[in-house]
Write a protein that binds this ligand. Structure first.
Ligand SMILES: Nc1nc2c(ncn2[C@@H]2O[C@H](COP(=O)(O)OP(=O)(O)O)[C@@H](O)[C@H]2O)c(=O)[nH]1
Ligand SMILES: [Mg+2]
Length: 374
C-alpha cells in the first residue's frame, strides 16, 4: 500500500509540466486563493503551474504567495523590487517558465478562467496564439457603460496598423501562446505599459496562426483597478515605439514635443515680462529662458522620464543639472548656428540647425546626467 502510494507520488511528480499560467499581481491579496481554486478546477487533467509576478505589493500578496508556494509546488513567485509595469512583469514571468505553452491571466478574476483549457487545447492542436475575446459572438465586456466601450473600441482601432496578426480584442491580455513564439518576439518587445498581447503580435516576426475564444469580462471581486491617467500615455508610447521605434527612440519624440511646448512658454513669458511688465529685453529674455527650462524639466520629469522620476531633494538637484546641460546646449546651438550661417548664409536654416543640434545634445546629456538610469 505504502509502496503504491510512493510510486503514485513519484509518477505525478515526474509528469512533465504542460502549461505555465503567468499572473501579474499588484495588491491582489484577496484574489490569490480564489484564483488558484478556480485554476485548479478549470485545469484538471492538465499539468500546470502558476507563476505569479509581484511588483512590491504592500497588502501582503507576496507573503501569502510564499505561504501557498511552500505547500503547493504548482505555485511559484517572482518578486520585483522598485519596478512597475504589467507588460514587463508578464514577460519576465514567461521567461522564467519552461513549459511548451504559456498562458496569461489577470489576478482579479475578471478573465474567465473556464476558457483556459480551450486556449490551451487550441495551442496543443496547432495554433501559435489563442486569445480570449470580448468582441466576437458569445463574448462580452459585461456591464461596461457606453463611454468605456467607446474608449476601448477607439483604442482597438488605433492598434490595427501595428498588428501583424489581426485580433478582435488586443486589449484583453488574456491569452495562451507557444513558448517558442513568445521567445522569438521577446527581443523586440517594447514592454511598456499594459498591453502585452498587442506588444506580442506587433513584435512577432510574422503573422501567427490564431484561435479566438469568446468570454465575458467579469467584475473585479477584491481590491481595485491599477489603471491610472498614465495608461493612455503608455498606450501611445507602445504604439509609437512599434511604428517608429526602429528609427527614433520614443523618449526623443516626447522630449522634442515637450521642447516645442517649451518654446511657447518661452515666448509667452518673454512677452509678459517685456511688454506687460516693461522689463529690459535682456532681463525679460533671461527670465523667459529660466522659466522655459524649468517648465521643460518639470514636464519631462513627469512624463518622458516618469520611469526615473526625481522627487524631493533629487528633483532640485536634477533641475540644477538640467540647467547646466541646457547651458552647454545653448553654446552648441549658437556655435553650430554660426557655422551654418557662415557657410550657407541662410538665417532660418542656421537657426533650425542650431536648435536641432542643441536639442539633441540636451536630450542625450540630460538622459545621461539628469535622469541617469539606476
Ligand atoms: N506585477 C504587476 N502587476 C500589475 C501591475 N499593474 C497591474 N497589475 C496586475 O495586472 C492585472 C490587471 O490589472 P487591473 O488593474 O485589474 O487592470 P484592469 O483590469 O484593466 O482594470 C491585475 O492582476 C493586477 O494586479 C504592475 O505594475 N505590476
Ligand atoms: Mg482588472
Amino acid at each position: 500500500m505504502l509502496q503504491q502510494f510512493i510510486d503514485l507520488d513519484s509518477a505525478t511528480r515526474d509528469a512533465p509540466l504542460e502549461l505555465s499560467v503567468i499572473v501579474p499581481t499588484l495588491n491582489e491579496v484577496g484574489n490569490v486563493q480564489p484564483l488558484l481554486d478556480k485554476l485548479a478546477l478549470a485545469l484538471a487533467g492538465i499539468e500546470w503551474e502558476a507563476i505569479f509576478v509581484d511588483d512590491g505589493s504592500s497588502d501582503g500578496t507576496p507573503e501569502l504567495l510564499t505561504q501557498i508556494a511552500q505547500a503547493d509546488r504548482r505555485v511559484r513567485m517572482i518578486r520585483r523590487i522598485g519596478r512597475r509595469g504589467l507588460s514587463s512583469a508578464v514577460v519576465e514571468g514567461a521567461l522564467a517558465s519552461t513549459t511548451p505553452v504559456i498562458a496569461v491571466i489577470d489576478a482579479d478574476l475578471q478573465h474567465d478562467e473556464r476558457i483556459l483549457p480551450d486556449l490551451y487545447r487550441a495551442i496543443a492542436d496547432g495554433s501559435e496564439l489563442a486569445i480570449g475575446t470580448r468582441y466576437s459572438d458569445g463574448g462580452s465586456t459585461g456591464d461596461w457603460d457606453e463611454k468605456r466601450l467607446k474608449i476601448s473600441r477607439f483604442a482597438t482601432a488605433l492598434a490595427a496598423p501595428v498588428m501583424k496578426t489581426p485580433l478582435s480584442d488586443p486589449m484583453s491580455g488574456f491569452f495562451a501562446v507557444r513558448r517558442d513564439v513568445l521567445l522569438d518576439a521577446a527581443p523586440n518587445l517594447s514592454s511598456v505599459g499594459y498591453k502585452i498581447l498587442l506588444d506580442l503580435v506587433a513584435s512577432a516576426p510574422r503573422k501567427l496562426s490564431l484561435t479566438e475564444v469568446p468570454y465575458t469580462f467579469g467584475v473585479r471581486q477584491h481590491g481595485e483597478s491599477k489603471l491610472d491617467d498614465m495608461v493612455a500615455l503608455e498606450y501611445l508610447e507602445l504604439l509609437l515605439d512599434k511604428m517608429v521605434g526602429r528609427f527614433v527612440p520614443v523618449k526623443l519624440i516626447q522630449f522634442g514635443a515637450v521642447g516645442l511646448l517649451g518654446v511657447g512658454v518661452h515666448l509667452s513669458l518673454l512677452f509678459l515680462a517685456f511688454d506687460a511688465a516693461g522689463f529690459a529685453f535682456t532681463l525679460a529674455q533671461a527670465f523667459a529662458v529660466i522659466g522655459a527650462m524649468t517648465f521643460n524639466f518639470a514636464l519631462n520629469n513627469r512624463f518622458t522620464y516618469r520611469d526615473r522620476q526625481l522627487k524631493g531633494w533629487a528633483w532640485a538637484k536634477g533641475l540644477a543639472s538640467f540647467y547646466a546641460v541646457c547651458a552647454l546646449g545653448a553654446v552648441g546651438n549658437v556655435g553650430i548656428g554660426s557655422l551654418v550661417y557662415e557657410t550657407w548664409h541662410g538665417v532660418a536654416l542656421a537657426g533650425i540647425a542650431g536648435a536641432v543640434v542643441g536639442s539633441v545634445w540636451n536630450y542625450v546629456a540630460s538622459g545621461w546626467l539628469t535622469w541617469r538610469k539606476r
